[in-house]
Design a protein. Structure first.
Length: 135
């Protein structure tokens, strides 16, 4: 009378198998979510690393700006340079439109963090310029 019925053992094994299948399906879902999170994190890391390589360090910004300002087309523009803390200021009270176009093409196509930017038209061929570049 104290013996277990084999039917109870079979039902117990079936319930145990169902429980394990349920746990396995939830583990698969967690794995899929983890893979999706990994892909998203990987894409974000790629974007961050490309942005950090695109924006240059302080010395690279200085060298690059000096190279731009030493161009022959900008020699006649009389561009004044001023460096304070983490900012590089460019100022010209009067420059011709060709020099302005050349400078703007170089600055806007480069990877510079431009903080402030002001151009005022003085005449048909002359303009004043103030640019603040941060790093």
């Amino acid at each position: 009378m104290n013996r277990l019925n084999p039917l109870y053992i079979g039902v117990g094994l079936v319930l145990l198998a169902l429980l394990l299948l349920l746990k396995l399906s939830s583990a698969k879902e967690e794995l899929l979510l983890a893979k999706a999170d990994y892909k998203e994190t990987s894409l974000t890391l790629g974007e961050i690393s490309s942005l950090s390589s695109a924006y240059m360090s302080k010395d690279e910004v200085k060298k690059s700006l000096q190279r731009i300002l030493s161009q022959p087309s900008l020699k006649s523009a009389n561009i004044e340079q001023n460096i304070k803390n983490n900012t590089f200021f460019l100022h010209s009270s009067s420059m011709d439109k060709e020099a302005l176009s050349s400078l703007m093409g170089k600055l806007l196509n480069g990877a510079y963090n431009i903080g402030a930017f002001e151009i005022k038209k003085l005449s048909e061929n002359k303009a004043s310029l103030e640019v603040e570049i941060k790093w």
